[in-house]
Design a protein around this ligand. Structure first.
Ligand SMILES: [Zn+2]
Length: 299
């Protein structure tokens, strides 16, 4: 098996058919690499749009794509507890952290919650132990994120610099227009207090002026007890929380229970490109989430 993989690796050049082969650990990163790389990249996400952080299974086909890829782009921090196992199996020194073939995008953004001390262990948990990893949910972070992606692509394909830079500039201009519109749409709701199920939204909340008061999960990935739910809903009434933010993967009856007990409305926000049919790309993802928020908070 190992010998066969090495032969495959040697046989597949980084520039198969003129396109740079890239694998990412999320559909959001895939969307951003495609925005910069255009038709000069072929990108595959190893993880599906919606998944539990512990339950990502890389298929043999995806594993072959990783082995043949010129670049691995990842969220970093402890967002991918499954990746260490996959990289050990691939046993490819090109993907050593810090190499030209490895891009940890978390290094390009200002992180939130880095001081939160939490128990952590490789392959065991996605507990936000190194800072909150959901940084792609601030659309303004797409600027430094695509900047890092641009530099990584240029390192591997220097003659693509102008094309990549033009793609990125055009894409960011469209994103900036959209961001201005989203900011206006949510302006009437600045200061709205919200409870989240999983702590995915601090970057989004900071951008659009929502105040996250608490999370239903007492710690990331930990389900609430009956006692913690009762304390939470009492706190919600006290703090006049108006909104409970769930995700497509959240337990829907838990979300509506917390909203009803806490005197708030429930909304399902989509955390990743492709996790809802309407969230087909990075801009569409926020288009959908902003619309759902306006609907939930409106009269
Ligand atoms: Zn998380």
């Amino acid at each position: 098996m190992r010998a066969a993989l090495l032969v495959l690796l040697a046989a597949v050049p980084a520039w198969a058919g003129g396109a740079l082969s890239v694998v990412t650990t999320s559909t959001d990163l895939q969307a951003l690499v495609e925005a910069v790389g255009g038709d000069r990249v072929r990108v595959e996400s190893l993880a599906p749009a919606a998944h539990e952080p512990h339950a990502v299974t890389v298929t043999p086909g995806q594993f072959e794509k990783l082995k043949a890829a010129a670049l691995l782009v990842r969220i970093g921090l402890d967002h991918e507890p499954w990746l260490a196992r996959v990289l050990r199996a691939a046993n490819d020194p090109r993907f050593a952290p810090g190499s030209a073939h490895d891009l940890d995008v978390s290094k390009s953004v200002d992180l939130l919650q880095t001081a939160t001390a939490r128990v952590r262990g490789e392959g065991v948990a996605h507990v936000h132990g190194f800072g909150n990893p959901h940084y792609w949910l601030d659309p303004a972070n797409a600027r430094p994120m695509t900047g890092a992606i641009l530099e990584a692509l240029v390192r591997l394909a220097p003659d693509g610099r102008d094309v990549f830079a033009k793609n990125r500039a055009r894409w960011l201009a469209r994103l900036d227009d959209s961001l201005a519109r989203w900011t206006r749409a949510l302006a009437p709701y600045r200061g709205t207090r919200a409870v989240v199920v999983h702590d995915s939204w601090p970057y989004f909340a900071r951008r659009f002026g929502l105040v996250v008061v608490a999370a239903v999960e007492p710690a990331p990935g930990v389900p609430p007890s009956a006692a913690s739910l009762a304390a939470l809903t009492a706190k919600m009434r006290q703090a006049r929380v108006r909104l409970v933010i769930g995700e497509p993967s959240s337990n829907a009856s838990l979300v509506s229970h917390v909203a009803a007990r806490g005197g708030a409305r429930a909304v399902v926000l989509v955390p990743s490109v492709g996790a809802d049919p309407e969230a087909g790309d990075y801009v569409a993802l926020f288009e959908l989430d902003v619309r759902r928020l306006v609907e939930a908070l409106g009269p």
